[in-house]
Design a protein around this ligand. Structure first.
Ligand code: WT7
Length: 652
């Protein structure tokens, strides 16, 4: 089977198996491994018990219901995500507790600190402002914001009134924004003038303007963050501070059905067109709340810092909803980890006494490169639990993180999940363990996973196969793809469905149920924790007028995990040049964003093709990885491979 990364065998002598400290075990929400058996015996009872910990306007009549290709949780239950994140803490007398600490990038700019009471008032004002613009339950609102408190406020305000947010990563291009706004037919967009990144002011508003041209967006709310001058469309654009200024600080939360749509988040599939993943209210709330609490062992005094961007599911669940539903303090950082120097993350942990730090393997590998002298300068003793997410973590990075950041005291919770699962599904629990480098852990209690072979049969322990989830499906698993029910069925329930949800990841499982993820088995890359289809990069590159055909494959990268490598066939008469390479990179920036830039562009005279004319990406992949190319006799043009070998300096 296809594996995006090679692994050494997992530590048979168990030298690198780590266990919770006594202190951690004592404080843990889950410390007895029996919880796994208990939950497995009755997953519905397990989740119903968890659901009782959040606030419902009306209790559910039935916990779970399923039919082929559809399942529902907490039927008949009524709740609101924003009420659960804010009001209930204020009502419980904890309104003065700090909900959010904002760390701006410029080091001399003061923090913004919002208590639960203040955050609730701010959210309510924006919610009322949205209502004044005619936004109603079920309407879609686009959010294209940098990492500022208003990003959290905006998401909360939208779900408060029962509208549906569609957050777009602020580093995505205008075109990527437009695709998403068109697809979900958003009525309003919330954006900002600009923000700071690596010491520079980045202007955002012009992108937003371009991105909504020709869409159904009628009103644009603009947060003044950086104070830069922005183009203005009188009658359409409204300053955030002006529209919220005179709004009442109370706004009753909409009573949402457990299965009402909460938000849409676009993610990459195998084609060039991103898919709108749909998450509903009740199941999402319960799993986001529970996993955040148990994975990071959250208690009232925790300061939780997840370094993701709100534009990704990680930011939705573990910066916004998860921590706030748990009533802890969440840290939002605006900028880059290397500004003003490589110690910024550690300085920030020290400054705010962060207790939980959740980041991506690619970021850890960067810190490994920068060296341990940076974290050594700071007091990191406030940390209790560390987390990683987004891609497989290599042993070296894991051990470095464990030693130099966690002081060999903090467990590393390697959480496997996806945009589609909404919240974590596979991980070790901090009070239970074991914590094993490169092994994510067991399925969360109440979640069932299996490893199947291509024919749909379970494989023996230790053997590679495809990771699937079994019913009852996780409460926060997606309910559909916006506007594309057929694709939903085909993508997730096609190969093994409807009995199994297919994750499209390769994995192995040991006897105990510990799972090691080996990577995507489709044409989806994981570039510095960003999910990207090779087809998306291909689509972008072929927009350049001089490109005739292009193939993109991924290559493993020490820091970023994977990087895209492009093979471009130019149109007749076009000359390859470095200048053209730069232009192609620009094209990718324009159509997707800088995260999708190919690490290498090869100009080729021919691409290896099957007799039916399909590009054989398998051959290209082997070439860039220095792996055996395998049988090329079925190619229409086997001679193309020799030329390519020379081009890439192949020595396999
Ligand atoms: C894909 C999902 C979940 C939020 C961030 C990414 C890979 C995710 C792990 C992990 C190995 C992982 C998988 C998955 N992945 N977490 N702990 N170990 N691989 O969300 O963009 O939807 O990507 O990320 O391949 O399918 P996403």
């Amino acid at each position: 089977m296809a594996e995006t990364r090679k692994w050494v065998e997992p530590d048979p002598k168990r030298e690198n198996w780590f266990w919770p400290t006594d202190e951690l075990r004592e404080r843990a929400w889950a410390a007895d491994p029996k919880i796994y058996e208990e939950a497995a015996a009755d997953p519905l009872a397990f989740w119903a018990k968890r659901a009782e910990e959040i606030s419902w306007f009306r209790r559910w009549d039935k916990v779970y219901e399923e039919e082929p290709y559809a399942f529902r949780w907490f039927l008949g239950g009524k709740l609101n995500l924003s009420y659960n994140s804010l009001d209930r803490h204020v009502e419980a007398g904890r309104g003065d507790k700090v909900a959010l600490i904002w760390e701006p990038e410029p080091p001399d700019e003061p923090n913004r600190i919002l208590t639960y009471k203040e955050l609730l008032a701010e959210v309510s004002r924006l919610a009322n402002a949205l209502k004044s613009l005619g936004v109603k339950k079920g309407d879609r609102v686009g959010i294209y914001l940098p990492m500022i408190p208003e990003a959290i406020v905006a998401m909360q305000a939208v779900v408060r009134i029962g509208a549906v947010h569609s957050v777009v990563f602020s580093a995505f291009s205008a075109e990527a924004l437009r695709d998403r706004m068109l697809d979900c037919e958003a009525k309003v967009l919330i954006t900002a003038d600009g923000y700071y990144r690596r010491g520079k002011l980045v202007s955002l508003k012009p992108n937003a303007d371009k991105g909504i041209a020709g869409t159904k967006v009628e009103k644009v709310i603009v947060v003044r963050r950086a104070g830069n001058e922005v183009p203005w469309n009188e009658g359409r654009d409204i300053w955030y501070h002006e529209i919220t200024k005179d709004q009442p600080a109370e706004c009753p939360p909409e009573e949402m059905d457990a299965e009402d749509l909460a938000f849409i988040l676009y993610t990459s599939g195998t084609t060039g067109k991103p898919k709108g993943v749909m998450h509903t209210t009740g199941g999402y709330a319960v799993q986001a709340y529970t996993t955040c609490k148990w994975d990071f062992n959250l208690h009232e005094d925790d300061v939780h810092w997840c370094t993701a961007d709100v534009g990704w599911i990680t930011g939705h669940t573990y910066i916004n909803y998860g921590p706030l539903m748990n009533g802890v303090t969440t840290v939002v950082y605006e900028g880059s980890p290397d500004y003003p120097d490589y110690g910024r993350m550690w300085a920030t942990i020290q400054k705010h006494k962060v207790t939980v730090y959740y980041t991506a393997p690619t970021a850890i590998r960067m810190h490994v490169k920068w060296g341990e002298d940076w974290p050594k300068k700071y007091d990191l003793s406030s940390l209790r639990v560390l987390g990683t997410v987004g891609e497989p973590i290599n042993e070296e990075a894991w051990l470095w993180y464990f030693k130099h950041i966690g002081g060999e005291r903090c467990p590393i919770i390697d959480t496997w999940w996806q945009t589609e699962t909404g919240a974590t599904c596979v991980e070790a629990l901090p009070g239970i363990g074991p914590f094993i480098p490169t092994v994510a852990g067991r399925p969360f209690p109440g979640i069932r996973a299996k490893i199947l072979d291509a024919g749909g049969q379970p494989v023996p322990p230790g053997e590679g196969g495809y990771l699937v989830l079994e019913p009852p499906f996780p409460p926060s698993l997606l309910r559909g793809l916006w506007g594309d029910p057929e694709k939903y069925k085909a993508t997730y329930f096609g190969e093994y469905g409807p009995r199994y949800y297919f994750t499209r990841d390769g994995a192995r499982m040991d006897e105990v149920g510990n799972i090691r993820i080996t990577g995507r088995v489709d044409d989806v890359m994981n570039v510095a924790g960003h999910r990207l289809a090779t087809a998306e990069v291909e689509d972008a590159l072929t927009q350049h007028p001089l490109v005739s055909e292009v193939a993109v494959v991924s290559r493993p990268d020490e820091v970023k995990g994977e990087v895209p490598i492009a093979f471009a066939l130019l149109k007749a008469g076009a000359q390859p040049s470095d200048e053209l390479k730069r232009e192609l990179i620009k094209t990718v920036d324009q159509h997707i964003g800088p995260t999708a830039r190919p690490a290498e562009i090869y100009f080729v005279e021919d691409l290896p093709k099957t007799r039916s004319g399909k590009i054989m990406r398998r051959v290209l992949k082997a070439l860039v990885r220095g792996e055996p190319v395998g049988d090329v006799t079925t190619l229409r043009n086997p001679e193309s491979v020799d030329h390519l070998k020379e081009l890439v300096g192949y020595e396999g």
